[in-house]
Write a protein that binds this ligand. Sequence first.
Ligand code: SF4
Length: 515
Amino acid sequence: MNVEKFQESMYQLIVETSTNLPKDVRRAVKKAKESENAGTRAALSLGTITNNIQMADENISPICQDTGLPTFKIKTPVGVNQIKIKEAIYNAIEQATKDAKLRPNSVDSLTGKNSGNNLGGGTPVIKFDQWEKDYIDVRLILKGGGCENKNIQYSLPCELEGLGRAGRDLDGIRKCILHSVYQAQGQGCSAGFIGVGIGGDRSSGYDLAKEQLFRSVEDVNPNEDLRKLEDYIMENANKLGIGTMGFGGETTLLGCKIGVMNRIPASFFVSVAYNCWAFRRLGVTIDPETGDIQEWLYQDGEKVEFVNDAEKETAAASEEQTNVVHLKAPITEEQIRELKVGDVVRIDGRMYTGRDAIHKYLMDNDAPVDLNGQVIYHCGPVMAKDEDGNWTVKAAGPTTSIREEPYQGDIMKKFGIRAVIGKGGMGPKTLAALKEHGGVYLNAIGGAAQYYADCIKKVDGVDLTQFGIPEAMWHLNVEGFTAVVTMDSHGNSLHADVDKSSLEKLAQFKEPVFK
Ligand code: SF4
């Protein structure tokens, strides 16, 4: 095999997967967008998402800054050297990371040290199968942490919140799948896709669930029972009203694919792999002699346009009518107390990034800058340094905020921080601190990494780089950075409200459907 050419093909596959959402996924997102009522928070979020998808296309930049744990599934004809294939993939991954198409995401599990090139024990994941065909089939999925953390595995029989007992039958499986959508809420950047694996053991069950994510969104399950179940889930999960980003709305789920395998009599697992709207998986077929790409997979059909010119004008007009509150740091307590859940906020000026390492650090140390009245952005950006040593932001969407729950309230009070921006909302400890101190939580649109990178006009500085690029404290100068108030200083939380109402709706699915 021409290994050099194969490496080039793998590089193309990685770049396309990170920057160009597959057409079957685009069609599902477009359908969801068309089903939302204009002017709602869900419509606003889907508008930002589709804008972001188009910007990623045009800039050839990551759709979302979290490019996940790259996972390759490869089928080779007998006789192909799999060791050479692995080496070529490692080189392509390293190059794509250097070119800021992938975020450096591989960290030592014990020390937290980032390898900087996405290589290390267990990363990337590469799985091989042999087959009788005469070409190589390579599929890649980039699944970020926000949605990976919402995967769930059920051991039947079990008791499920809102649904009661789930037994060892098709109806018990139905309940588990509905519950998996409920428990994800908006935190895995809904609207999402789920792959479900029935049977196996704990590890093969999850493998089977992830395998389902490699199916086309539009295929039809050949197993009649599972086809019916997939249709049922698609029809009913969207009645939970969780909606895009968990803001409420018509679409919570964009796709459901279910697979089955045997199990041992003592175990009955239902495993669910949750994937966000930024469903980045592509595939290619490769000529084993030349290493050239023969065909791109999941890219059938016409180009999917999200917005035509008339729609752009309507969107601009309705945005102008939206009541937007402008904020610029330093922000006073009085300004914060005026904000309430549902307000749309537009920020200009300075904000600081802070993720897990920074929050942990700030608990025990002084801040490197004065944070009084400032804004903290839960974000691990993809950064690139130009020839003059200046940093530019390549992708900068919000990360999952709930991870900072143990620290957030204390840090806000300690340093006088007035606003935190992230995604998925935070818990009761932070909500109490917002009320006591006069703070607000702003939900940015998860995955809209290009949209937010475009709002960042300048990188003014960086501190605490010892934690690695995504975890450092970046000083960002922004213009028109838009987010929604989902937790205010009066004790209100949109996340708690949507959780409560979706749990009530879940209870309507308690009675058996599949006998
Ligand atoms: S869209 Fe959300 S869940 Fe998906 S990778 Fe990006 S931040 Fe993570």
